[in-house]
Design a protein around this ligand. Structure first.
Ligand SMILES: Cc1cc2nc3c(=O)[nH]c(=O)nc-3n(C[C@H](O)[C@H](O)[C@H](O)COP(=O)(O)OP(=O)(O)OC[C@H]3O[C@@H](n4cnc5c(N)ncnc54)[C@H](O)[C@@H]3O)c2cc1C
Length: 520
């Protein structure tokens, strides 16, 4: 078996799992000067981290469970993450219609007061009360909803957040290996020796590292028990959540936070300009983690829940797309899935002589950066001295995010000026996805044909090649369902053609000599 290590040496840190937590830790560690290896058995963000509600939020409802530490940390992260990635993260206003049969108004007011004053809100606008009869947010709701509250959180392109953390980690020297499964791991003297398999070629390699992070999300216990053969220090509670997408239900750009009859909170969110996202469910899960799917019962539940609020009922036949994920929650013994803590728990398995193993239970997209800092604070004592201190990830922009927090419209105008042949919607989509790196993607193009073949919607060969060479995209799904949501606008045949193109690109890159060259 071939041995792979940085200049013949062991890595400081190896990470199993390329979700938001694994990639967040990789970025922070690489930026502090540690050598990092990360393996992900599928695509980056292929599991839970692309199946979230995509909210960077304090979590108003967690206040009911007295999760003050989590809520405060999460609230503080909103503006930090918005600042470091203003292309993929932006403010969103939430409309909470009030109804006497639901949580009492005094409870909502206390929650919203805490929300406004508890966690570092400097730029996001505060809570206000709405008269729904006079507000566009009331137009699509049933007339019995007369007043509501409106507050701020943020939206995030979850899968892009993961990939940009991986990109920055790699730019700082980390080795990022998607489609690479960790098969086994053994402690060998002061080092971990991992056996990893390239899932495309079947090739096995050996990796050595001083410390190991198990960021396998829903597989955290499988990795501990089957891969590393270590006893489980904590239980994970697997809770499935599904979302459905329908054609746009309302014309404004605010999101609804709604309470269902079973007291569960769900969201109805503007999505991809022409669509509305509705979710989520909370169901204990024991099925196949590689085949998580929305059930007809979940679709019916979400349609019924939304129909309680909207004048026009939402029905199953309106669903154009759905996705499901499994939350890898720390099992705190709560009776209901929705009550299980969303906070993260880090468990260290080590003795003085043996190399460290840190396992991650729970967490949220919102708190991934703080989780990474907490994880590295634990491991730092067992690693060579870092070149940089903790905290840099709250200041340095993610790739493409190096523009002012309120500078998105200026970026759109600048891009439209430089590339006048692009449609306005395309300029906006590309600026959102790539931020200032949009210029790397478009280069010196002077006309649409300079961007090569068109695969469907406004996806060009230039974008596909950028994603393949810079963001580890290897299949059509990587591009149309994770690094973008263009799958909503492409036909199955177009997606198949894209897959075929990517197959050729990987097998025979020389056949894709230049943009526009045919590989069919
Ligand atoms: C329905 C739903 C809605 C949510 N909404 C929000 C929200 O709005 N806001 C928010 O902040 N959070 C939200 N969350 C929570 C958030 O999505 C998760 O906490 C987070 O994505 C977990 O990230 P992770 O990196 O731990 O796990 P994952 O993203 O699952 O990553 C783990 C990775 O490990 C890989 N892996 C496993 N075993 C191996 C192996 N042997 N070798 C190599 N790789 C391996 C897997 O393929 C996987 O990609 C939501 C979650 C769900 C399910």
């Amino acid at each position: 078996m071939e041995s792979l290590a940085v200049r013949g040496e062991a890595f400081d840190i190896a990470i199993i799992g390329g979700g938001v937590n694994g990639c967040g830790i990789a970025r922070d560690a690489a930026g502090r000067g540690w050598s990092v290896y990360l393996c992900e058995k599928g695509d980056l963000a292929s599991s839970t981290s692309s199946a979230s509600s995509k909210l960077i939020h304090g979590g108003l409802r967690y206040l009911e469970y007295f999760e003050f530490r989590l809520v405060r940390e999460a609230l503080m992260e909103r503006e930090v993450l918005w600042r470091i990635a203003p292309h993929i993260i932006w403010p969103l206003r939430f409309v909470l219609p009030y109804h006497t049969a639901l949580r009492p108004a005094w409870m909502l007011r206390i929650g919203l007061f805490l929300y406004d004053h508890f966690g570092g809100r400097h730029l996001l606008p505060p809570t206000r009360t709405l008269r729904l009869a006079d507000d566009p947010a009331g137009e699509s709701l049933k007339p019995e909803y007369k007043i509501g509250f409106e507050y701020s959180d943020c939206w995030a392109e979850d899968a892009r957040l993961v990939v940009l953390n991986a990109r920055d980690a790699a730019d700082k020297g980390a080795v990022i290996s998607p489609r690479t499964r960790c098969m086994s791991g053994d402690r060998d003297g002061g080092l971990w020796t991992l056996s990893v398999r390239d899932e495309r070629s079947g090739r096995l390699s050996k990796i050595q590292a001083r410390a190991l992070v198990n960021a396998a999300g829903p597989w955290v216990n499988d990795v501990l028990q089957s891969t590393l053969r270590v006893s489980t220090p904590a239980a994970v509670r697997l809770v499935k959540g599904s979302h459905i997408v329908v054609n746009r239900l309302f014309r404004h750009d605010r999101c609804y936070v709604l309470q269902n009859k079973d007291r569960r909170v769900f969201f109805v969110i503007p999505f991809e300009r022409d669509y509305t996202l509705i979710g989520t469910t909370d169901l204990d899960y024991s099925g196949d983690l590689d085949a998580v799917q929305v059930s007809p019962e979940e679709i019916a539940y979400l349609c019924a829940a939304a129909s309680n609020y909207f004048r026009t009922p939402v029905t199953a036949d309106q669903v154009v797309w759905s996705y499901s994920g499994v939350r890898p929650l720390y099992d705190d013994g709560a009776s209901e899935a929705q009550e299980a803590t969303r906070d993260y728990v880090l468990k260290l398995d080590t003795s003085e002589e043996s190399p460290a193993l840190l396992s991650i239970f729970g967490g949220k997209i919102t708190t991934y950066r703080r989780l990474a800092e907490a994880a590295l604070a634990i491991l730092a004592r067992r690693l060579p001295r870092a070149r940089k201190t903790a905290g840099w990830t709250s200041r340095d922009a993610l790739p493409g995010g190096d523009f002012p927090i309120d500078g998105f419209e200026a970026l759109v105008s600048k891009t439209a000026e430089r590339y006048p042949f692009l449609a306005q919607d395309t300029v906006r989509r590309l600026a959102r996805a790539y931020g200032t790196r949009v210029e790397r993607l478009l280069g010196d193009a002077r006309s649409q044909s300079d961007l090569g073949r068109r695969f469907g919607a406004d996806l060009t060969e230039a974008e596909v090649l950028y994603l393949a060479y810079n963001e580890w995209a290897m299949s059509a799904a990587d591009i149309v369902w994770r690094r973008s949501k263009l799958g909503l606008r492409m036909s199955e045949a177009e997606i198949r053609d894209l897959d075929a193109y990517l197959g050729v690109l990987q097998a025979q890159p020389q056949r894709v000599v230049q943009r526009g060259a045919s590989v069919g």
